[in-house]
Design a protein around this ligand. Structure first.
Ligand SMILES: [Zn+2]
Length: 304
């Protein structure tokens, strides 16, 4: 009884704290198509529950159990049959080996495969050591199962019977290996980290912001009905608006950095001062990403 009271008290306390490990919900976007909003600014998982199997696009290991629970609720008893990722970062790929262990096939492009190992093993080991993820998700696990066993160069279509799922390599943007998922019948796009909604995106020396913008405009041109971003909010029927907003974000940042550079400001001054210049975007959270993105845009301006 006492244990119950303590346990109950603790869970009420955690509820009030808004614990990031709370239950996660899959939002229905179309028949059999769902997005799981990551807690806070965390990564979003996308799911397609087809007649011939379940497809999962990305999963963050710090909330692995919560995400699996949310998937289970909508999968109707079907196991995850395929997994793919938008790029190689741990918050996107950190569940691959766990899903593969349960029988899922990992699919990816060769650029992604090249970047994934040994990076992922080191990152997950470090995260477990620092208590950011549960040790049991790494220790004694065959992390190498995270590697794709099916490789595609540009495009691969999964025919799940009820749904077609197109995996497309789009090239260097956020990182070198960016891929998206397009559901041609439902016109739903899983944009992964090409899209941060109302959050400052991360760009660094692995990025190409000019190409990133070209890709955003191309994807907006497909007139998606619904877009799931890698990070940030989404809703059924949200359309291409956020893709174009991200394009405008980089356009604004580039123009302001160029102007600051032209008046003789140093890179350090630009990194410190750029936020105030971003207008409608200045108030977005995730401001820690701004200096890195500014530095990359500055670098690209110099390279021209
Ligand atoms: Zn991410």
């Amino acid at each position: 009884m006492r244990r119950f009271v303590i346990g109950f008290g603790l869970s009420v306390f955690l509820c009030f704290l808004g614990s990031p490990a709370g239950a996660l919900e899959a939002t229905k976007l179309a028949d059999g198509v769902y997005g799981i909003k990551g807690p806070g600014m965390d990564f979003n998982t996308s799911i397609v529950v087809g007649d011939r199997g379940v497809f999962v696009f990305g999963c963050a290991p710090n909330t692995y159990y919560e995400r699996m629970e949310a998937i289970k609720k909508v999968a109707g008893g079907k196991p995850v049959r395929y997994v793919s990722n938008g790029h190689y970062a741990f918050d996107d790929t950190g569940c691959n080996h766990l899903l593969a262990e349960q029988g899922a096939t990992v699919i990816g492009n060769p650029v992604f495969a090249k970047l994934l190992m040994p990076y992922l093993r080191e990152r997950l080991t470090e995260d477990a050591a620092k208590g950011r993820i549960k040790k049991e998700l790494v220790e004694g696990k065959r992390v190498e199962l995270a590697m794709p066993t099916i490789l595609f160069e540009d495009k691969l279509t999964l025919d799940l019977g009820s749904h077609l799922v197109e995996l497309q390599f789009v090239g260097k943007a956020h990182t070198q290996d960016n891929a998206i998922v397009w559901l041609p019948k439902e016109k739903i796009l899983f944009a992964d980290d090409l899209l941060f909604v109302e959050l400052h995106p991360t760009a660094d020396d692995r990025s190409d912001t000019m190409n990133w913008q070209r890709i955003l405009r191309k994807l907006a041109g497909w007139s998606p009905a619904t877009v799931v971003p890698g990070h940030g909010v989404f809703a059924p029927g949200n359309g291409a608006k956020s893709l174009l907003e991200m394009d405008r974000y980089f356009e604004t940042m580039r123009a302001k950095i160029k102007a600051m550079k032209d008046t003789g400001k140093s890179l350090d001054e630009i990194k410190k001062g750029i936020r105030a210049e971003l207008g409608e975007f200045a108030k977005w959270p995730r401001e820690r990403a701004i200096p890195g993105t500014a530095e990359q845009v500055y670098r690209e301006l110099g390279a021209k």
